[in-house]
Design a protein around this ligand. Structure first.
Ligand code: NAP
Length: 241
């Protein structure tokens, strides 16, 4: 069987591994946002398809029999493309939706629906703000001339930044002890994160809980409706068999 995995996530790499072991012909697709991406096993292609029509053409040209959308929950446009291309071609689509993080006892979450809202609250209520939102949506925070922003990204940011900032270039996973050390060392009084879910980046939430630090939690965008939604790589494999 031939599968296209829309990836860029740990789950995408895991699905690729599981399918290659089972003898599938797998191509994983990455957007090309980072210079040294972690590569899955099997074939890899890098770069956009040119919207839903470009993806549909690619699927037909490459004889793809099933598409697995294992992209990040905040990667909205590629998921819309996948849904539209699957509809147009009739090729089955499986969407892997990683479960959201849920607040636990002692968590001080401030849920927001956009990065602009997160930036307004951060600037108004806090002083030493830890941003773990990637590098593409930093602009709303750039308007704050007063407070300190500790910005952790995998690649250096190229967008406007707040006047007072520290960049930490680093790629997870991180331990709870590391995260506590970073938060204490920078006198962090607020963490801003997207509700990505998953174990790989959860340590910062545990550290914030244990240190009593509020978390501005950006809620997920609505993803397109697709026929088959699963929640883990194991469920992808089960659904395909
Ligand atoms: P996005 O806004 O949904 O996508 C923007 C455009 O990038 C898409 O329209 C598509 O271009 C191209 N693209 C995105 N993912 C692709 C993929 N896997 N293969 C080929 N083309 C892709 O996505 P994003 O938020 O920029 O994220 C880009 C990638 O990084 C995703 O694959 C995602 O899994 C990964 N990622 C994202 C985040 C996040 O917070 N957003 C975090 C971790 C990893 P065309 O329209 O030209 O096809």
């Amino acid at each position: 069987m031939r599968a296209l995995i829309l990836g860029g996530t740990a789950e995408g790499r895991e699905v690729a591994k599981q399918l290659v072991v089972r003898g599938w012909h797998v191509t994983s697709s990455l957007a090309g946002r980072v210079d040294n991406p972690r590569l899955p096993v099997g074939e890899v292609r890098i770069g956009g398809f040119g919207g839903p029509a470009g993806l549909a053409t690619w699927l037909i040209d490459n004889g793809v029999e099933v598409v697995i959308d294992a992209t990040h929950p905040f990667a909205e446009r590629i998921s819309i493309s996948a849904a539209e291309a699957a509809r147009a071609t009739g090729i089955p689509l499986l969407a892997l939706h990683r479960p959201e993080w849920k607040p636990q006892a002692r968590d001080k979450w401030i849920p927001v629906s956009s990065m602009a809202e997160a930036a307004q609250i951060a600037a108004r209520e806090f002083h030493h703000i830890f941003l773990t939102i990637g590098r593409q949506q930093l602009t709303p925070f750039a308007a704050d001339p007063h407070n300190l922003y500790v910005i952790r990204t995998v690649e250096p940011p190229h967008t406007p930044l707040p006047a007072r900032h520290r960049i930490i270039q680093s790629r997870g996973p991180f331990t709870v002890a590391d995260e506590k050390k970073l938060m204490r060392g920078n006198q962090i009084d607020c963490l801003v994160t997207k509700n990505s879910g998953g174990a790989m980046t959860e340590a910062k939430l545990i550290a914030a809980r244990e240190l009593g630090i509020p978390v501005i939690m950006v809620q997920r965008p609505a993803l397109p409706t697709v026929a088959t939604i699963v929640h883990s790589p194991e469920e992808v494999i089960a659904a395909l068999h």
